[in-house]
Design a protein around this ligand. Structure first.
Ligand code: ADP
Length: 530
């Protein structure tokens, strides 16, 4: 049976049943009550017999002497004339209306019946409690039935399984169920699409090296990728306020400016690393829909930039010192302030300062070549032992001056693959330093050894040594442990930087060991591809 029919049938049944219950109850009760009331009514019925002259000859309720002539009573007069008569009168004494009915008998006497209205209302009043009982019973029955029937109608609707709808007789629900079904299909399709999109986004952002933070218009986190967690070193939950993300007044102010539509950027230092932070507002149909905050690690660039700045400052300073000397001395010679005997020593000084300048500029050029990168790998196979021998030979004079003996140890057939000019320079700088920073009569040992594609080059001296706190800095540009000694010996402070660059250019590793007053050993290990 269809739902409409069912509801219709139930309603009709309910109404009919209620009416039936009410009528039966009311009928039964009415009969009982009415019967009782009629009995009571009879008891209060007043009967009088009046003769043709109008005298009352019988009265069941009043003293005959007290009653006057009744001919003037309309009902009596009518009965004498027509056989019957009736009337009603209001009695002031009793305060109620009395109904009279009179009949003329064959004898000519009149029988008159009198009943007080009060008793009619009393009958009706008597019904009120009954009526209430019937009403209560009928509404009780209909409430009970309505509840049961409603449950029975609704139960199949509640029990419909939307995954496998079986409507039974409820055909009316078919369009609704069908619509729910299509919507469910659409929803699950959309959900699938959203899930796959979310997976794609998290795959992309998860693999990003850059930190990515997405804020909504209220500054709440919509997305925070893996990198941003690491950069800020804390867990950022979706829905968190940006204040909890990074409590830095400047950062929060920039984020706020971004959320009001401004594109900004700043540099942040977090856990010893530098980040360029870019704030870009996201527009949705000309309205701000949120902000994208991107953290890009610029530590290397930042450090390189700082190093470059320091380097240029150092270069200017290093070049200025000899140039100032040259300028002052040549000026004295030019304007004649220099005495004749000074001219020669001045010229010598100018010469030494100029060669110092040239040395510095040469070294700077070499370093800037490394900085620019892209130096072609002009590698050849050459005899390292022979090269070392040549370099030591070129420093022989210097060594003799200082009474330093330089020894070369190793296999005379020690070959290596690399840029010969660069290795020459590397050897020269190391041996030169070992002689420069040595004691009178000291020793320098150059040792070569090689096996399984690994060549070791060690330059060991018995010199002044390097204090521990300077060890990590000696490869920095213009770094000198003892400035005056370095300058006196014509050092530029760039030698070891160049050594390190050359070693790295050849895939080599530099190690330094030193004891103050005892000596220094610098070892370079080259990995040979062949
Ligand atoms: P410099 O031109 O001053 O020699 P380098 O870059 O070659 O510059 O060396 C940097 C500094 O390291 C030197 O100033 C010196 O103080 C120290 N140094 C280098 N080699 C040695 C060594 N063999 N023994 C002691 N100190 C050394």
């Amino acid at each position: 049976m269809g739902m409409t029919k069912r509801i219709f049938r139930t309603m009709s049944l309910l109404i009919s049943l209620t009416v039936l219950v009410f009528s039966v109850l009311w009928g039964l009760a009415f009969f009982r009550q009415f019967g009782a009331q009629v009995k009571d009514g009879l008891k209060t019925l007043r009967v009088s017999i009046i003769d043709q002259a109008g005298n009352v000859t019988f009265d069941n309720m009043a003293e005959l002497d007290m009653l006057g002539n009744h001919l003037d009573r309309p009902e009596v007069a009518d009965a004498i004339r027509n056989g019957t008569g009736e009337s009603e009168r209001f009695s002031d004494t009793l305060g109620e209306t009395t109904h009279y009915y009179a009949v003329r008998m064959a004898s000519g006497d009149i029988v008159r019946l009198a009943l007080e209205t009060d008793s009619v209302f009393t009958i009706l009043y008597g019904f009120v409690p009954l009526l209430l009982v019937c009403l209560l019973l009928a509404s009780g029955v209909s409430f009970f039935l309505a509840r049961r029937l409603t449950k029975r109608i609704v139960a199949p609707i509640n029990n419909i399984d939307l995954d496998a709808p079986e409507l039974g007789n409820y055909d009316e629900l078919l369009p609704l169920v069908k619509r729910i079904e299509t919507q469910k299909r659409e929803l699950s399709a959309q959900l699938g699409e959203i899930e796959s999109r979310a997976a794609t986004i998290s795959a992309i952002t998860g693999n990003m090296k850059e930190g990515l933070l997405l804020l909504d218009t209220n500054g709440k986190v919509l997305l925070a990728n893996e990198s941003v967690h690491n950069i800020l070193a804390q867990d950022i939950a979706v829905g968190n306020d940006m204040i909890t993300v990074y409590r830095d007044a400047d950062f929060l102010a920039q984020a706020k400016r971004c959320l009001s539509g401004e594109k900004t950027e700043m540099v942040l230092c977090l856990n010893n690393r530098y980040y360029s932070v870019y704030f870009s507002p996201v527009f949705e149909k000309a309205q701000i829909g949120g902000a994208v905050i991107l953290f890009i690690d610029i530590t290397e660039r930042y450090a390189a930039e700082a190093q470059r700045k320091e380097f240029s400052a150092n270069v200017s300073h290093e070049l200025k010192t000899p140039l100032t000397t040259i300028a002052a001395l040549s000026e004295m010679i030019a304007d004649g302030t220099a005495k004749d005997k000074d001219i020669r020593p001045f010229a010598d000084k100018i010469k030494s300062q100029s060669s110092r300048l040239i040395n510095i500029i040469d070294d700077i050029i070499k370093l800037s070549e490394f900085d620019e990168g892209g130096i072609p790998k002009e590698h050849t196979r050459f005899n390292l032992y022979d090269l070392a021998e040549t370099v030591i030979g070129s420093l022989d004079e210097k060594a003799k001056e200082r009474h330093v003996t330089v020894d070369l140890r190793g296999e005379s057939q020690q070959y290596m693959v690399g840029n010969m000019r660069m290795i020459d320079e590397l050897l020269f700088n190391l041996v030169d330093n070992a002689i420069k920073y040595n004691y009178e009569g000291g020793r320098v040992d150059v040792a070569l050894s090689g096996n399984e594609g690994e060549i070791k080059l060690a330059v060991e001296d018995t010199g002044v040594g390097i204090p521990k706190e300077h060890l990590s800095h000696i490869f920095e540009r213009f770094y000198r442990v003892d400035k005056s000694r370095s300058k006196k010996t014509g050092g530029t402070g760039l030698g070891l930087s160049i050594v390190k660059h050359i070693a790295e250019f050849h895939g080599g590793r530099v190690e330094v060991e030193s004891t103050v007053g005892e000596g220094t050993a610098i070892t370079i290990t080259f990995q040979q591809q062949e």
